[in-house]
Design a protein around this ligand. Structure first.
Ligand SMILES: Nc1nc2c(c(=O)[nH]1)N[C@H]1C(S)=C(S)[C@@H](COP(=O)(O)OP(=O)(O)OC[C@H]3O[C@@H](n4cnc5c(=O)[nH]c(N)nc54)[C@H](O)[C@@H]3O)O[C@H]1N2
Ligand SMILES: Nc1nc2c(c(=O)[nH]1)N[C@H]1C(S)=C(S)[C@@H](COP(=O)(O)OP(=O)(O)OC[C@H]3O[C@@H](n4cnc5c(=O)[nH]c(N)nc54)[C@H](O)[C@@H]3O)O[C@H]1N2
Ligand SMILES: [Mo]
Length: 779
């Protein structure tokens, strides 16, 4: 039934008029569960989400308020849990019924909707069906393919950010014992630029704030992020901040409903009525990719005011004692600020100077400032430079390493940060490799490995024998979909360790395996009894997660057990007794304690309620940078946001397209076809365009169009039959959902220094589709 047809009978577009959702959304979710096959059990499950002794929500990586006793889940966390904790399962019978070719014809939504994967499966090319295989035979097949590699770098070990610390640690140890650092991961597609940018500027590749800092901030900048959908639990501290008079300042080309609500929360209005409301939060709508220019503009105002203050003998705008004691490079940076013309700032940011001045004033007036960001900042060519501009701005007023202030890249997957900490890193720090070598006595590979883009290129070049996906949906999450599919198909063996069926399972190498694993909600029983796993949130808090539900099938295995099974079949007991380790995960945690900084006495510290804080050097004003100081970085603004590869084309772009998430999806997992806050119902193949642009292009709202992306490599990149929706987005700046638009993102269009695909900046042409019908559009 829930096959996603292109034209759903109830497809419609009607700008959302009701009060911005927030917690009221819970009502609709409750209704949805009660109609689900699993409602009561799921409600019980949800009550345990994110609480001590319960499991970590498999939704986002936002952290928990310390000592909070409320029921901590949000609408979209509820959907994530409900999706995982389904009673429907698919095994041999399902795969006997459908060939892989038939499955490929189904939508991504339909594939996952079928339920949990319940038994290990091997692809039988002769019949084009998946058939049951024993775990031992599956492990033996992987081992024989790995042993047949001519070179250790013929393996790609992909990780998606739901993998636990324990699974990730074993996985990286296994890969390095094989001799490779090829660990492409979802971070490469996500917050890589934050890690690189902050690492160079502040000496830590993570955020410097904790939850408590939100309670002390005078201003919180939220840039390129849609928390109402993607981090709903963040709305609570944002609302609280506004209520106590702090400024919440948003930078987003779209008026995202969740952010608007916190712009004018009810209580702030009440306070206004009383006449003593201290706050007016602001919402700025830059061009796609315009944030660096906006930030530079803010710095330019600060510099101007600093000079005026000096001339007039007024209190300084900059925090000179902090700058003198802790930083280096400010003079070069200020020279770069001086050298940036106002006109360039204005055109590139898409903001009026008065708006930038307003933002600068808020920044200046706030004693303590947090800057948060997500994909609207990280998925651009100049993302590293933009993030370093955020760091520059924070440093100018000493907004790092004091309560209520700091940098807050808001992570995506619930344990993506932990996976990095555990060593899922194609560019591992030498200290990690040294520690592994010391503890395990084998020669650890020192050459850097492949990130996601490099992995696709290596597969395309036929250089990869085995691809393993520890979770995720590599085929759909990565750019240039047809090429990525071709890349996976060139492998001798593709292995997917997964909870649910997705297109990566249908994009097979010559041989392929599906290995069904337990999810966060499932009870994980090993020889030593039920096991907890651990995760790290965006605030560097590490805590345990205990599955609560009886697994749907006895054939599912835990991620650590699967990784250990592969490793034992391939390497025997080298360099550790893998199977012994997974009998009791405390044994894995002991190894983590021995090798990963911050994890000494791991097991004991886990017993602390709420887990423990890993610590953060920059938050203590210790700078693990090249210079030993926090470093101002003096990048010039990009000459032109349009890359040369687009400018060189004969045709010029009609629009710039960002690819983003609807309210009803978790990355490539679609929970439904609606996007409530944006007013879309029953469709996903839509493109949001400013009405004036629709007119300029001689098109009509509701019309079907093809989107064509421009890049200078002669490859045609096109998606067909998207519905044009007239939407309040800045002129020239369009939006459409990912993953449907990934065929438009060129593999070679990635961030400088981060290699993250530029998913928020795709130059496109819009052409009327041949078979063109109109979708009703109200309001
Ligand atoms: N329910 C749910 N939760 C999720 C996810 C999910 O898919 N569903 N995904 C998880 C993951 S892995 C991640 S990484 C996060 C993603 O969280 P977000 O980064 O919030 O996700 P996106 O939908 O990509 O939204 C990007 C936002 O940035 C804005 N934007 C785009 N380009 C620009 C720009 O150039 N400048 C500015 N200032 N803004 C811009 C867009 O308008 C949009 O509001 O969420 C995590 N949480
Ligand atoms: N165009 C465009 N592309 C993007 C983005 C964008 O904004 N625009 N965003 C990027 C970002 S930020 C990210 S993080 C990536 C996401 O990339 P991925 O992490 O690779 O993709 P997901 O869609 O999160 O993976 C979903 C699959 O994970 C499996 N799964 C779910 N839970 C578990 C579990 O507990 N264990 C295991 N082993 N498997 C599990 C299920 O089989 C499910 O089908 O996509 C990126 N791609
Ligand atoms: Mo992400």
């Amino acid at each position: 039934m829930p096959r996603a047809d292109r034209f759903h009978p109830d497809a419609r577009f009607q700008p959302y008029a009701g009060p911005a959702g927030g917690w009221g959304a819970l009502r609709s979710v409750t209704r949805a569960w009660l109609g689900s096959d699993n409602a009561l059990k799921n409600i019980r499950t949800l009550l345990k989400t994110n609480q001590n002794g319960g499991f970590d929500c498999p939704g986002c990586a936002w952290g928990e308020a310390p000592g909070s006793h409320m029921v901590n889940f949000c609408e979209n966390g509820a959907k994530a849990v409900n999706w995982e904790a389904t009673q429907r399962g698919i095994g041999a019978e399902f795969f006997a019924r459908y060939s892989v070719r038939q499955l490929r014809e189904q939508s991504d939504y339909w594939l996952e909707y079928q339920g949990r994967l319940t038994e290990p499966l091997r692809y039988d090319a002769a019949s084009d069906h998946y058939v049951p295989v024993s775990w031992d035979a599956a492990f033996a097949l992987i081992a024989s393919e790995l042993q047949a590699m001519e070179h250790p770098d013929q393996v790609e070990l992909y990780t998606s950010g739901r993998a636990s610390n324990e699974a990730a640690f074993l996985y990286q140890l296994f890969g390095r014992a094989l001799g490779s650092n090829n660990f492409p991961d979802c971070s490469n597609l996500c917050h890589e630029a934050s890690g690189v940018g902050l690492g160079q500027s502040l000496g830590v590749g993570k955020g410097t704030v904790t939850y408590a800092d939100f309670e002390h901030a005078d201003a919180i900048f939220v840039m390129g992020q849609n928390p109402g959908t993607n981090h709903p639990r963040m709305l609570e501290p944002l609302r609280e901040a506004v209520q106590r008079g702090a400024q919440v300042v948003c930078f987003n080309p779209l008026k995202e409903r969740g952010l608007e609500r916190f712009q004018h929360p009810q209580k702030a209005l009440e306070m206004l009525a009383n006449g003593d409301a201290p706050t007016h939060s602001a919402y700025f709508r830059p061009r796609l990719g315009g944030d660096m220019a906006a930030l530079r503009g803010i710095a330019k105002f600060l510099l101007q005011w600093e000079r005026e203050a000096q001339q007039q003998g007024l209190p300084a705008v900059f925090d000179h004692s902090f700058i003198a004691e802790h930083t280096t490079g400010m003079d070069d940076y200020l020279a770069a600020v001086d050298a940036t013309p106002w006109a360039q700032i204005e055109t590139q940011s898409g903001l009026a100077l008065a708006e930038i001045e307003q933002a600068a004033r808020i920044y200046r007036q706030a004693g303590r400032v947090i800057v948060c960001w997500a994909m609207g900042i990280t998925q651009h060519r100049h993302s590293v430079a933009t993030i370093q501009e955020i760091a520059n701005l924070l440093l100018l007023r000493g907004n790092v390493g004091k309560p209520g202030a700091g940098a807050c890249p808001v992570r995506g997957h619930s344990n993506v940060q932990g996976d990095r900490t555990m060593g899922i890193n194609e560019h591992p720090p030498a200290a990690l490799l040294d520690a592994l070598e010391k503890r395990f006595a084998f020669a650890v590979p020192r050459q850097p490995g492949h990130n996601a883009v490099a992995a696709i290129n290596a597969m395309l070049a036929g250089e990869v024998r085995v691809f393993v996906g520890l979770g995720g949906n590599f085929a759909q999450a990565t750019p240039d979909t047809p090429r990525t599919h071709q890349a996976l198909q060139r492998c001798a063996l593709t292995v997917q360790i997964s909870t649910k069926l997705n297109r990566s399972h249908l994009t097979t190498g010559k041989q392929a395996l599906i290995l069904p694993c337990l999810g966060r909600t499932d009870i994980d029983r090993q020889v030593g009894g039920p096991q907890a796993v651990t995760v790290e949130d965006s605030f560097s808090m590490v805590h345990a997660s205990w599955g609560q539900l009886e697994p749907l099938s006895r054939q599912m295995r835990s991620e650590p057990a699967i990784v250990a099974g592969i490793a034992a079949a391939t390497l025997g007991k080298q360099p550790v007794d893998w199977l012994w380790l997974v009998e009791d995960y405390a044994r894995i945690r002991a190894l983590i304690g021995d090798t990963i900084p911050g994890f000494a006495d791991f097991e004991q510290r886990l017993a602390q309620p709420g887990g423990f804080y890993l610590g953060n050097a920059a938050a203590r004003r210790q700078w693990h940078t090249a210079s030993g100081r926090a470093e101002f970085k003096d990048h010039a603004l990009p000459d032109d946001l349009l890359p040369e590869e687009v400018r060189s084309q004969a045709a010029q772009p009609d629009l710039i397209l960002q690819t983003l998430r609807s309210h009803d999806q978790y990355n490539t997992t679609l929970y439904g076809l609606d996007d409530r806050y944006r007013g879309v119902k029953g469709m996903r193949e839509v493109v949001f365009v400013n009405p004036a642009d629709i007119q300029r292009l001689g098109l009509q709202a509701g019309q079907q169009v093809d989107l064509l992306s421009l890049w200078d490599d002669g490859i045609e990149r096109r998606v067909r039959g998207f519905t044009l929706l007239a939407y309040d987005t800045p002129l020239g700046q369009a939006a459409a959902y990912y993953p449907e638009t990934n065929p438009l993102v060129p593999l070679d269009s990635f961030g400088d220094g981060s290699h993250t695909p530029t998913s928020k900046f795709v130059a496109i042409r819009v052409l009327p589709a041949r078979a063109s019908g109109l979708i009703a559009q109200a309001g």
